[in-house]
Design a protein around this ligand. Structure first.
Ligand SMILES: Nc1ncnc2c1ncn2[C@@H]1O[C@H](COP(=O)(O)OP(=O)(O)OP(=O)(O)O)[C@@H](O)[C@H]1O
Ligand SMILES: [Mg+2]
Length: 308
């Protein structure tokens, strides 16, 4: 089925309209770490595109790049070689988090970029007190300014990923539909449990996301079945198909919705954004059902008494 640009625009408008119809829904700074120590499974592609799709629905989103490879930073059009304040400066405490945040081509999406200095951070931070909670302390200062914060993790379970897990409310785990898809996931789940036990009791599994799915391949279908059997309800209904436009968009420094809104990649990430927002919608504290004032309550009681 071909997905056309008008359909995409319709979905975006529909989501925005639904948002204003259900204006009691709020997200209030949910932090989601996108992690899997396996390389090349779609962490960065997912972080960039789910962030952009949610921002397109007029939710305030911050993407935090904590990977020294800086792929999310360059996928949003920033030169990763250029000097800029980055997550490194925030972790070592030489800059305030708000000073490193940059605007992007989407008005509701901001980015805290990474740079190559992060390569040395794991070693530099080793003797620092509370080294696992440095990102958490920084994000706590700005959390309330955003509806969602997504953290793009490096392909390792070292100190940088642990910092992301300690700051996060939940973890989204992309799993590529290929040979040995589940390999290493045990180790990741153990790390999540360890962080939950010792440093962040509130950490939850947001969900497992199947990526780079190719319906023509028997193997892809087998992996989908296996992952669903193992993780059951915790697997996102949305499956991200293999789509070359996603890689192209990255190399042009654009999220897919700005590069090719009619592509299958744009459709799938828009669906994921809607699924994630649906799972996380909750009433805003100040928009809960209004309580009648005391005298009014009394008069209701009085009226009830009158009728009995
Ligand atoms: N659905 C997809 N269809 C086609 N190509 C994809 C898809 N998702 C990701 N890719 C491509 O696969 C490669 C790896 O993806 P990505 O960089 O998102 O993985 P990663 O898990 O962040 O990798 P790393 O572990 O190195 O950080 C990239 O070239 C990306 O453009
Ligand atoms: Mg990556």
């Amino acid at each position: 089925m071909k997905f056309c640009a008008t359909e995409f625009i319709f979905i975006a408008i529909e989501c925005t309209q639904r948002r204003s119809r259900n204006s009691g829904l709020g997200f209030m700074g949910k932090i989601v770490a996108i992690a899997n120590q396996k390389g090349g499974v779609g962490k960065t592609t997912t972080t960039v595109n789910v962030s952009a799709c949610i921002a397109a629905m007029e939710r305030k989103v911050l993407l935090v790049d904590i990977d020294p490879q800086s792929n999310a930073t360059s996928a949003l059009g920033f030169d990763k070689e250029k000097e800029h304040l980055s997550t490194y400066d925030i972790l070592i405490g030489s800059a305030e988090p708000s000073s490193s945040i940059k605007e992007t081509a989407l008005s509701y999406l901001k980015v805290m970029p990474s740079d190559i200095n992060l390569v040395g951070a794991e070693i530099e931070l080793v003797d620092i007190e509370n080294r696992e909670s440095l990102l958490k302390s920084a994000l706590t200062k700005i959390k309330d300014e955003f509806d969602f914060i997504f953290i793009d993790c490096p392909p390792s379970l070292g100190l940088l990923t642990v910092n992301a897990l300690v700051s996060a409310d939940s973890v989204l785990v992309p799993v590529q539909t290929e040979y040995f898809a589940l390999e290493g996931l045990g180790q990741l789940l153990n790390t999540i449990s360890r962080v939950k036990r010792s440093l962040n009791a509130n950490l939850e599994l947001e969900g497992v996301l199947l990526t780079m799915y190719d319906s023509r391949l028997k193997l892809s279908n087998q992996v989908v079945e296996e992952v669903r059997r193992y993780f059951d309800q915790r697997v996102f209904k949305t499956v991200i198909g293999r789509n070359v436009r996603l890689s192209e968009a990255q190399s042009f420094g654009k999220p897919i919705i700005l590069y090719d809104a009619a592509s299958l990649g744009a459709k799938h990430y828009m669906e994921l954004a809607k699924e994630l927002m649906g799972r996380n919608s909750k009433p805003l504290a100040h928009q809960e059902a209004p309580q009648p004032p005391q005298e009014e309550k009394a008069s209701v009681r009085d009226r009830e008494n009158e009728t009995t």
